[in-house]
Write a protein that binds this ligand. Structure first.
Ligand SMILES: C[S@@+](CC[C@H](N)C(=O)[O-])C[C@H]1O[C@@H](n2cnc3c(N)ncnc32)[C@H](O)[C@@H]1O
Length: 366
C-alpha cells in the first residue's frame, strides 16, 4: 500500500544525472533498433497519422534513440505522412531537458518534417493516451518500477530478490497485478495491428539463490544494503525505517512476464505473443563496467553514478528525508551514502559487479 506519510508516492519520480549515468539503459534501447524497424515495416502505412509512444521515456538521449529507428523506418514507407511521437512519463521527469534535446542537434525534429512531438504526463499504470491511437508502443528500462512505493517488514532486504516469506509474496502479487494492468491499458491504447515492445532488466532461474532466481544487479543491491546498514549502525538512519524499506521494483523472469499474458483472458484476447524472452545483455553481461575494473577510482565512480541514477529518489524520499531534520541534512546523508558506496567499490573492484539480463516482450494487438 502507498504510505500516506511519504511526500512522493510514485516509485521513481525525479531521477538525477540522466544522460551521464544511463549507459546501461541506452544499451537496452540500442539493442532493439533493427527490431523496431521491422515492426514498423510490418505495421505499414497508417493514415491520418502514424503514432509512436515511448512509455517511461525519461529525460534523455535514450528516448530519442528509442523513437529514431521508428521514424526512419516509417519515412521510408511513407515519405509525407504525418508522424506523432509521444513521450510519456511522470510529472517529475525533466521535460525541459527532453524537449531541448528533441529540437537540438541530436534530436529527431528536422523542422517541417511533418513530425509532431507530444507529451503524455502521468503514470503508465493509468491510461495515458486515447483509445486505439498508438501504432508502436515502446517501454525501455521502466516497467520494472512498480506502481507505488512499498513498505514491508523486510529486515536485511532492500530489494525484491532478497525478500522471503510473506513480504516476498506481497511484492510478487503487486508485480503481477501491475504488469497485468500495464498490458491491459496499453491494449486499450494500441490500434489493432499495432505493436508493444517492452524491454527491461530481468532475472533468470538460479537454484543457488535463496529464491531460485538471479536478478540483474544482485550484487549492486547487496552493496546498497551493506552501506545502508553501516549508516544505521552509525546511528545516521533509523534501523526500523531501514527494515521496512524496499525498492519498489521487480525484475521479471520469462515466466513472470509470460504468465499473465497467457492466463489473463483480457490479455489473451488482446495480444498475440511474438516474443517473450530473457537473455544476458549482448555486452558486459557479467559486469556492466567490466572495462573499468582495472581502474578502481573510475570503476567506483561509474557504479556510484549508475546507482545514483536509479536509486536516488527512492532513498531520498523514503530513508534520508525521514531521518533528517531538514532538506540540508537529508542531502548530507545522501552525500555520506554515496561516499561510502564509492569507497566500497574502490576497495573491492569486481565484488559488487552489476550483472545484466534483459527481458524483451513483443506483443501484437489483435
Ligand atoms: C531508468 S528510466 C528509463 C528511461 C528511458 N526509457 C531509458 O531507457 O533510458 C525509468 C523511467 O521510467 C519512468 N517511470 C517509472 N515509473 C513510471 C510510471 N508509473 N509511469 C510513467 N513513467 C514511469 C521514470 O520516471 C523514468 O523516467
Amino acid at each position: 500500500m502507498p504510505d500516506a506519510s511519504s511526500p512522493i508516492e510514485r516509485s521513481t519520480e525525479g531521477m538525477v544525472d540522466y544522460n551521464a549515468n544511463s549507459t546501461v539503459q541506452r544499451g537496452i534501447v540500442d539493442v532493439h533498433d533493427a527490431t523496431v524497424r521491422r515492426l514498423v515495416e510490418t505495421i505499414g502505412q497508417v493514415r491520418p497519422q502514424f503514432r509512436i509512444a515511448d512509455y517511461g521515456c525519461g529525460p534523455g538521449l535514450s528516448t530519442i534513440s528509442a523513437v529514431r529507428p521508428a521514424i526512419d523506418a516509417y519515412r521510408a514507407l511513407d515519405p509525407d505522412g504525418a508522424i506523432a511521437v509521444c513521450h510519456a512519463d511522470q510529472p517529475g521527469n525533466d521535460w525541459n531537458a527532453l524537449f531541448a534535446l528533441v529540437s537540438g542537434p541530436d534530436g529527431y525534429q528536422p523542422g517541417g518534417g511533418n513530425i509532431r512531438t507530444e507529451a503524455a504526463i502521468g503514470s503508465f499504470y493509468e491510461r495515458m493516451l486515447d483509445d486505439a491511437s498508438v501504432d508502436l508502443a515502446t517501454c525501455y528500462a521502466a516497467s520494472h518500477w512498480l506502481s507505488h512505493a512499498v513498505h514491508l517488514e523486510a529486515p536485511g532486504a532492500v530489494w525484491f530478490a532478497d525478500l522471503e516469506g510473506a513480504a516476498r509474496r506481497e511484492l510478487e502479487d503487486l508485480a503481477r497485478s501491475d504488469w497485468t494492468r500495464f498490458l491491459r491499458l496499453r491494449a486499450e491504447e494500441l490500434r489493432p495491428g499495432g505493436y508493444l515492445l517492452v524491454s527491461t532488466l530481468a532475472a533468470v532461474p538460479d537454484p543457488a539463490e535463496k529464491n531460485g532466481v538471479a536478478a540483474s544487479g544482485r550484487y549492486v543491491y547487496r552493496a546498497i544494503q551493506i552501506v545502508l546498514q553501516s549508516m544505521a549502525d552509525d546511528g545516521l538512519i533509523d534501523q526500523g525505517v531501514l527494515d521496512r524499506f524496499v525498492f519498489a521494483l521487480w525484475f521479471q523472469t520469462e515466466t513472470d512476464a509470460r504468465g499473465p499474458i497467457e492466463a489473463d483472458p483480457v490479455l489473451r484476447e488482446a495480444y498475440s505473443i511474438e516474443q517473450v524472452s530473457v537473455r544476458p545483455a549482448p555486452i558486459n553481461a557479467d559486469d556492466v563496467y567490466a572495462g573499468a575494473v582495472g581502474e578502481p577510482d573510475l570503476y567506483a565512480r561509474l557504479y556510484t553514478g549508475y546507482m545514483r541514477g536509479f536509486a536516488d529518489s527512492s532513498l531520498h524520499t523514503q530513508l534520508f528525508r525521514p531521518a533528517a531534520r531538514d532538506d540540508a541534512q537529508a542531502d548530507a546523508l545522501a552525500s555520506d551514502f554515496y561516499r561510502r558506496f564509492e569507497t566500497l567499490y574502490r576497495d573491492n573492484p569486481g565484488t559488487y559487479r552489476g550483472e545484466l539480463w534483459e527481458l524483451t516482450a513483443i506483443l501484437r494487438r489483435r
